[in-house]
Design a protein around this ligand. Sequence first.
Ligand SMILES: Nc1ncnc2c1ncn2[C@@H]1O[C@H](COP(=O)(O)OP(=O)(O)OP(=O)(O)O)[C@@H](O)[C@H]1O
Ligand SMILES: [Mg+2]
Length: 410
Amino acid sequence: MDPVVQVDQAEQAAGQVRGDILVVEDTPASLQLLSRLLTDAGYRVREAPNGELALWSAQAQAPDLVLLDIRMPGIDGYEVCSRLKKMPGLDEVPVIFLSAHSDTDDKLRGFEVGGVDFISKPFQFEEVNARVMAHLKIRRLQQQLAAHNDLLQRESRLRLAEIAHMNRNASASVYCAALVHELNQPLAAIMSNAEAAELFMRMSPPALGEVAEILTDIQRDDRRASELIQRMRELLKKSDPVAQALDLNEAVRQMAALLGSEARMRKVLLETELAPQALTVSADPVQLQQILINLVLNGMDAMGQVVAEPAGGERSVTLCTRRGQAGPGSAGMAEVLVSDRGCGFGANQERLFESFFTTKAHGMGLGLSIAAAIVHAHGGRIWALDNPGGGATVGFALPLAQDREALENP
Ligand SMILES: Nc1ncnc2c1ncn2[C@@H]1O[C@H](COP(=O)(O)OP(=O)(O)OP(=O)(O)O)[C@@H](O)[C@H]1O
Ligand SMILES: [Mg+2]
């Protein structure tokens, strides 16, 4: 037996309504007959004697399917169908036309306005029932598929967020180590200032002017320490990205300062070459840090571990910023290039941006794919090239904020 019919009979046996059908027909006798046959077959039926009432009834409650006469006084079936297709929530409801004419032009017009099928009058009820059943089934399957797709999309977004957070924690641990190191400096300054203040207070008369100055310094250092802790918090917490106007030069400068101790430990020279003018982009600062950390760490990894003192300039990572160079897609962009003098990409070039592609014993293979996802979400581009003289460069470009504004409001 046809599986559709099988399922259908099972539904009927379970006493379930087979679907809510709106029948639109101006001839009272036809309307009543169709309505009775459909009700007997287990459908819930609503009747509408003309187009206006049909639209009103459909809007009040969306039916599962519409059987629609074409020739009616007032608005005809084509018009009813094309209006239904423009109404939110009703655009997907299948419409089957009932027509006394089986003219091809009539049918074409019906399909054009969004109908799914035709039944010629006078009709055989078996045919009506078979077509109604088939279209209800298709509609249900479409709905299930859409719900399933939705679920999959939600799940994959969630996973990406989890993975991005995992990578952030991994890069954050290096960053936090650097921040902790940085914290030493304001804390040490506060301590020595406090000791000095104590001495000034013991003098007779106490040197209150000096003490006041020292207190100002202590406050400044305390603020600096709080900022560092705040940054660590931001990096570790799971929060939605928020874009703000920021200067790429400043972001790169901060990152270089903070990764300085990590670089010294790995005996790598971390240098910056910043564009002379500010490069204002609209970006989430924490995500931007995440890109930069991943790229700098990759550059350092590419040069391996050294035990002996490095030879001058051989082990360096350079962070360079500039306005987009003339060329396709570069105008109105600001670029950051992270270059190293390591092993280069070689044969891995093709796979760098694949998630989970890694050549490192303890790598997750996520750094570059996450950097790429963030760059793309900001409307930018990212690329990777081997340097002619050895080593590799990963660059990314983000739209300059002023240029974007100028484009949007010329
Ligand atoms: N600067 C570079 N020089 C040479 N090879 C690189 C460089 N950057 C990335 N690669 C190659 O690309 C691979 C993928 O890099 P990616 O940052 O995505 O992951 P990973 O560094 O291996 O692990 P993690 O998830 O911890 O960052 C690396 O394993 C390495 O083989
Ligand atoms: Mg990496």
